[in-house]
Design a protein around this ligand. Structure first.
Ligand code: ATP
Ligand code: MN
Length: 538
């Protein structure tokens, strides 16, 4: 384990305006685990993992994510309700208040980096108010060696003060919590929220600007793994569609579960040093790799634990978004370092709650570009509110909340790279089958895995006309058979037992695609537009 236990270096935070002398620098995850428990901020569960509660926020708060509008960003960022501008002077004033707040506190400081490829390495210093947030930074960022630490020069600073509450009227925030990126000062300032995901997604958003703008490299919201023949596969998808779940495959080495870059040197590299998995309904039978990663060193968030230390993964009384973070070496089969060759296969994961998209289909290059810009998944209404119609949700590049540039910028880069690399692109519906949400059910994980394995083993070539069927609404190529999957599962229409209802829903979805695409129409080439669902299916 690379936890820098011998470290004797001390640091001062004065240059950042943080006056405190109670600095815990580069503590081992073991020490942080113990401190969190001593402070009453966490408990140890029976597998040895630390369990904490993130507080009021159990998920990110996209409406409180700002970017300072300055000379670097003003002409490049796609400003709007995703990338909300923040005034530079207001940032300065708020920053001063936050560091003042930390001035008399005990803080936890960690030096780490992002990007597993040396050429893209971004050194980060993280200052946390809480020990478990600092342990999260240990888990999720890459860990410098002792030698690297001796001469460590940070480039970006993350200041994370969950206990600091902004005053919106004075501080120009929307509410008490905020996550603000400043590209001139190279600071991610996070306050008023203890949700750890803000820390990793803050740096992700920064890289999603830095890499394409300054390094001509494509950042991607995807997971990645590599097979025995060094064949890389990547999995794009919005939250909950299966990036983390499907990339943890005992037969393939994990590169990473969420954030990657695709270079012009024909490689794919992980930005991170750990994984951040959803644990709702987690079981050792269905997801053994993730289940077994939940041991000492891992941090569970917002789960319910009984008095014997057993976790009830089915209990969503705090949130549906229960999580665990762990360093990547908690997974057995990993790629070292976290770099792979150009992908051979790209999967677009979507949890279609309408149950109309085929569980797997192959996309043409036009369709791939169209679906990437669209970034479709469905949001299912919370179970508390009763069974309601799912809402189609579109998020460009399968990660719009983290993409500072216009989506077409990333889409163009991806299209070029896909053509150069000659990849196959597959659309995988990890959502509903047999009817929409409320009628049908979520497709079995073992079937999704079997379909993906068939692709990766070359058993779903779709070379001959007889091997597939062209979907009459979406135009995608739907395989007629797949090893390990009952044939009827491959055709969504067949699973419904009601053609009329099926097509009605399919048209509802294809209309939603078209509505959403209108905002990109003027940017999109004829080729991309051709990749959309057909206007009149009959
Ligand atoms: P995030 O970006 O928020 O990290 P993610 O894409 O990594 O999201 P996962 O953490 O992999 O999403 O979540 C997928 C969830 O859906 C898991 O809880 C998994 O058990 C569940 N699931 C159920 N059926 C399937 C399926 N057929 N394929 C994939 N995941 C499934
Ligand atoms: Mn994930």
């Amino acid at each position: 384990m690379d936890s820098n236990t011998e470290l004797t270096k001390t640091i001062s935070l004065e240059k950042y305006g943080i006056k405190t002398e109670k600095i815990n620098y580069q503590l081992s995850p073991d020490a942080l685990h113990d401190i969190a428990i001593e402070k009453g901020q966490g408990v140890e569960v029976n597998s040895g993992a630390l369990a904490i509660n993130t507080g009021k926020f159990t998920g990110r708060s996209p409406l409180d994510r700002f970017i300072v509008k300055d000379d670097i960003t003003k002409d490049k960022v796609w400003w709007g309700d995703i990338n909300i501008p923040f005034n530079s002077d207001d940032f300065d004033a708020l920053y001063d208040k936050v560091v003042d707040y930390l001035g008399d506190k005990e803080v936890f400081v960690r030096d780490a980096y992002a990007c597993a490829d040396e050429n893209y390495k971004l050194n980060i210093r993280v200052v946390n108010e809480y020990p478990w947030s600092n342990m999260f930074a240990y888990n999720m960022f890459l860990r410098p060696s002792d030698a690297e630490l001796e001469s460590f020069q940070e480039e970006w600073l993350v200041v994370n003060a969950p206990g600091f509450l902004a005053n919106p009227a004075v501080d120009k925030t929307r509410q008490a919590n905020f996550a603000i990126l400043d590209f001139t000062r190279k600071i991610a300032l996070i306050g008023g929220t203890g949700y750890t995901g803000e820390i990793k997604k803050g740096i992700f958003s920064a890289l999603n600007f830095i890499l394409p703008v300054f390094k001509n490299t494509l950042p991607m919201h995807c997971s990645a793994n590599v097979g025995k023949n060094d064949d890389t596969a990547i999995f794009f998808g919005l939250s909950g569609t299966g990036k983390t779940t499907l990339s943890a495959d005992p037969d393939r080495r994990l590169i990473g579960d969420d954030e990657h870059g695709w270079t012009n040197e024909n490689t794919v590299f992980n930005f991170e040093g750990g994984c951040y998995a959803k644990v709702i309904d987690l079981s050792s039978e269905k997801e053994p790799e993730i289940y077994n990663a939940i041991k000492r060193g891992a941090i569970l968030e917002n789960v319910i634990i009984d008095d014997k230390g057993a976790v009830d993964f089915g209990d969503t009384s705090i949130t549906q978004n229960t999580r665990v973070s762990y360093p990547i070496y908690h997974i057995e089969n990993i790629q070292k370092p976290s770099i792979g060759r150009n992908p051979k296969n790209i999967f677009f994961l979507t949890a279609d709650a309408f149950g109309v998209l085929p569980p797997i289909s192959k996309l043409t290059p036009s369709q791939a570009a169209y679906h990437f810009i669209s970034g479709y998944t469905a949001k299912v209404a919370g179970t508390e509110a009763g069974v309601k119609e799912p809402i189609p949700s579109f998020s460009a590049c399968f990660g719009a909340p983290f993409m500072p540039l216009h989506p077409t910028k990333y889409a163009e880069m991806l299209s070029t790279k896909m053509k150069e690399a000659g990849v196959n692109v597959w659309l995988v519906n990890t959502g509903w089958t047999g009817g929409p949400y409320g009628v049908g059910s979520r497709i079995k994980l073992k079937y999704t895995r079997a379909m993906i394995n068939a692709v990766l083993n070359g058993d779903l070539g779709l070379y001959n006309y007889d091997d597939y069927h062209i979907h009459s609404v979406f135009g995608v190529a739907q395989p007629r058979s797949c090893p390990g999957v009952p044939t009827e599962v491959l055709s969504p229409r067949t699973t419904w037992n009601d053609d009329e209802a099926y097509y009605k829903k399919a048209f509802t979805l294809s209309n939603a695609f078209r509505e959403n695409f209108k905002q990109f129409e003027s940017y999109a080439s004829e080729e991309i537009r051709r990749g959309g669902p057909q206007r009149y299916a009959f």
